[in-house]
Structures are given as C-alpha cells and as structure tokens.
Design a protein around this ligand. Structure first.
Ligand code: HEC
Ligand code: HEC
Ligand code: HEC
Ligand code: HEC
Length: 311
C-alpha cells in the first residue's frame, strides 16, 4: 500500500503544525501580557486622561506610553520614578490634590536650585532608581541598603519625611553653615559648636584626638555598633539618639558627657551624623560655601579658604 506512509506523514506534519502554532500564540500572548501588565502603564493611561481633563489636549495627544527615566551619568543615576510619578513638573497646571503618583512635586524655593533633569529623584529621596515597580523603587529588594526615605521610615525615627530627607540634602550641603529648607541639620550644626564636640573629636581634620574621628561617621557599618544598652529600636539612627541623650548609658564608662539633649535636638544630631558620608559627586554638585561662612565647625577651619594675602 504505497499511499499509507505518505498519509501518516501528512498527519504528523499537521500535528506538528498545530503544536507549533499553539506555542507561537502562547509566546505572543506572554509577550503582550508582559508589555501591557507593567505596573506603570495604568498610571500613564490615567495621566493622559488627567491632561485631557485639564484641557491640555495637545499634551495629552503627544503623551506616549512607555518607560520614562531621568539619566545623569555625572551622578550615576537612572531614575525611572518618573514612569509613574508623572505630574512632578506640572505644578500650577495640574491640581496639587491629584493622588500619588500623579501629584505635582511640592515646590519650596530651594527646588529651583535643583532642576529635575540634573538631580533626578533619588539624590534627595534615595530608593532604587532603575526599578519599575513601586515596591522595588520604594522598598528595594533583598540586600538593598538605601530604602526610600518614606513617610513610614521617617515616622519610625520620630521625624517628618521632610526632616529625614535633610540627611540627603547634607550629603552635598555639608559645608554650608546653614541652608534654607534644612532646619534640623542647621540646628545640629549649631549644637556641634555649642557643645564643643571638637574638644575630643576630629571632624574633617580639625579637633581633638581623644575620641573617634567623626568625618565619615555615616559610613560606619551597623554591625560595629553595640546595641546592648539601647532601649528603643535597634537602629543606627536610634543608637545615636540615645547616645546623645546619655552617652554613659549606651557606652558605659565613656568620656563623652551625658548631654541630656531634648529628643528633638538628639534626633537632629543623629541625622547630621548619618549625613557625614564619603560622597563621590563631581564638584559642580557640591555647593561652595559663601565667603563669610566657615566650612567646618572649627573657627580655624575657614583659614585656608578665606585667608587672603591682602589681610
Ligand atoms: C510603578 C510605579 C512607581 C514607581 C516606579 C515609583 N513610585 Fe513612588 N509611588 C507610587 C504610588 C502608586 C504611590 C502612592 C501609594 C504609595 O504611597 O505607595 C507612590 C508614592 C510615593 C511617595 C509618597 C509616599 C511616601 O511614603 O512618602 C514618594 C515620596 C515616592 N513615591 C517616591 C518615589 C521615588 C523616589 C521613586 C523612584 C526611586 C518612585 N517613587 C518610584 C508609584 C511608583
Ligand atoms: C532637591 C531635592 C529633591 C529632589 C531632586 C526631588 N525631591 Fe521630591 N521632595 C523633596 C522634598 C524636600 C519633599 C517634601 C517632603 C515633605 O516635607 O513632605 C519632596 C516631596 C516629594 C513627594 C511627596 C511626598 C509626600 O509624602 O507627599 C513626592 C511623591 C516626591 N517628592 C517625588 C519626587 C520625584 C518623583 C522626584 C524626581 C522627579 C523628586 N521628588 C525629586 C525633595 C526632592
Ligand atoms: C546632589 C547634591 C545636592 C543635594 C542632594 C541637594 N542640594 Fe541644594 N544645592 C546643590 C547645589 C550644587 C546648589 C547650588 C546651585 C546653584 O548654584 O544655584 C544648591 C543650592 C541650594 C540652595 C540655594 C542656596 C545655597 O545654599 O546655594 C538651597 C536653599 C538648597 N540647595 C537647599 C537644599 C535642600 C533643602 C536639599 C534637600 C531637600 C538640597 N538642597 C539637596 C546641591 C544639592
Ligand atoms: C569629652 C570628650 C567628648 C566630647 C565633648 C564629645 N564626645 Fe563624642 N565621644 C567621646 C568618646 C570618648 C567616644 C567613644 C565612646 C562612646 O561611644 O561614647 C565618643 C563617641 C561618639 C560617637 C560614636 C562614634 C563611634 O563611631 O562610635 C559619636 C557619634 C559622638 N561621640 C558624637 C559627639 C558629638 C556630636 C559631640 C558634641 C555634641 C560629642 N560627641 C562630644 C568623647 C566626647
């Protein structure tokens, strides 16, 4: 029977064809699902509608859905926060009452000095810039050590979100004596002088040598802190707070005085300690201190910068 083998070949071919098409359709379906089920897409659709509602029909039409990011190689940042946080630059046009993540960014005067296209978002807020899910961006995955400075994290430190963010502001503004928008840090910088920390501690090459150098205190590994006498949350932030209230309680036998600071001052100093880190931003991102202001708490520290042959 010569016809039979051919027939069965045909049948096999047909079966293969069916299987391969099913696989193909499955792959297309998965690809489409992955393309459309991205967490930022619903926000972008909503934002397009929001623009139209606000009468910005042109902008709505020109708004194309897709991943958005602020990329600044000088700071090494790729901030995709703006894939969801779409209203940030629309203050004055879109209502401030829009729900997050579409809300226009609050615009205190200092924001004008930090254009979004250069500073991105994570320079002030921390978080994981390249993540495209809210969880990844806000909380980070495992082993992530720079979670976003959220309201929640701030509350757990007894601070407002704005106060907590000042820690990041001071990565760059460290050498300012005082900076608008940084009240807690400004207070802490005053306390450094008032309480004469430099009698014992070295800060940026100035001061005494009977106590640890505090220049990069914010980089100190949490594992190097002794939490055994800490009564509140066992966080580095709280270690500092309790240490500033009573150094003797946290480090029994220490030569550091019990300052008995009110909690607000202790928290401000703790923020300042955590802000003192090695930062490798290029110099154009580090504000130059005004001529009359000392770059470090020690009065003598301003000498190299301000001493001029004319005086
Ligand atoms: C996938 C979308 C998405 C991405 C990406 C995203 N966010 Fe959000 N964000 C949201 C949503 C939704 C909310 C409001 C609900 C909430 O608080 O989680 C929010 C809220 C916030 C808030 C206010 C809430 C708080 O606790 O302070 C801040 C600040 C914020 N985001 C910053 C960021 C930053 C910085 C990034 C980038 C590192 C980022 N977000 C990336 C969706 C996103
Ligand atoms: C120069 C520092 C700075 C930069 C850069 C910056 N922010 Fe902010 N942002 C702040 C401060 C300060 C606040 C006010 C916090 C407060 O006092 O409630 C704030 C508030 C917010 C809030 C509202 C938080 C809330 O709980 O209501 C969101 C959301 C937010 N920023 C997102 C962003 C995004 C997205 C970007 C990038 C496009 C960005 N920010 C860039 C400093 C900054
Ligand atoms: C990545 C570094 C960086 C961060 C983070 C940063 N700033 Fe600045 N800031 C600058 C630079 C650089 C300038 C000077 C810009 C200019 O020449 O106008 C500046 C200028 C300012 C000014 C204008 C007056 C002055 O001192 O020059 C204020 C006020 C200010 N920043 C406040 C803040 C606050 C508040 C935060 C945190 C919410 C913050 N900055 C975060 C780099 C930074
Ligand atoms: C009389 C000397 C003295 C003065 C004044 C003093 N300290 Fe200390 N400080 C010490 C000694 C000694 C230690 C190490 C033992 C300990 O942890 O208390 C220390 C530890 C610290 C630590 C922990 C450092 C680390 O990495 O373990 C911080 C932070 C600190 N001091 C900040 C300050 C600040 C800020 C001031 C001013 C408000 C101040 N100190 C004033 C003597 C002093």
């Amino acid at each position: 029977m010569p016809g039979r083998p051919e027939q069965s070949f045909e049948r096999e071919d047909f079966a293969w064809l069916v299987v391969m098409s099913l696989v193909f359709f499955a792959l297309v379906a998965i690809a489409l699902w992955r393309e459309y089920a991205t967490p930022w897409r619903p926000w972008q659709r909503q934002f397009k509608l929001t623009l139209a509602h606000a009468g910005r029909f042109d902008d709505a039409r020109k708004f194309h859905l897709g991943i958005r990011q602020i990329w600044n190689p000088e700071l090494g940042l790729v901030d995709r926060c703006v894939s969801c946080h779409l209203g940030f630059e629309w203050g004055g046009i879109l209502p401030a009452t829009l729900p997050q993540p579409l809300t226009p960014h609050p615009a205190p005067a200092f924001m004008a000095h930090h254009p979004f296209e250069r500073f991105g978002c994570t320079t002030c807020h921390a978080g994981q810039g390249w993540a495209t899910t809210a969880y990844g961006a806000h909380e980070g995955g495992e082993g992530w050590e720079e979670p976003m400075l959220s309201k929640q994290l701030a509350e757990s430190c007894g601070l407002s979100e704005g106060e907590l963010i000042q820690m990041r502001c001071n990565y760059c503004h460290r050498r300012d004596v005082s900076t608008d928008g940084m009240d807690s840090i400004n207070l802490a910088k005053k306390l450094i002088k008032k309480k004469k920390c430099l009698i014992c501690h070295t800060i940026e090459g100035q001061g005494g040598h009977t106590a640890p150098d505090l220049t990069y205190e914010g980089d100190k590994n949490p594992e190097l802190f002794d939490f055994s006498h800490v009564t509140g949350p066992k966080t580095v932030f709280n270690w500092h707070v309790e240490h500033f209230i009573s150094a003797g309680k946290i480090a029994p036998g220490t030569a550091m005085p019990d300052f008995n600071l009110p909690p607000e001052q202790a928290r401000a100093l703790a923020l300042l300690m955590l802000s003192w880190r090695r930062i490798n931003y290029p110099p154009q991102y580090i504000p130059q201190p005004a001529a009359q202001s000392a770059p470090s708490p020690a009065p003598t520290a301003s000498a190299p910068q301000t001493a001029s042959p004319a005086h």
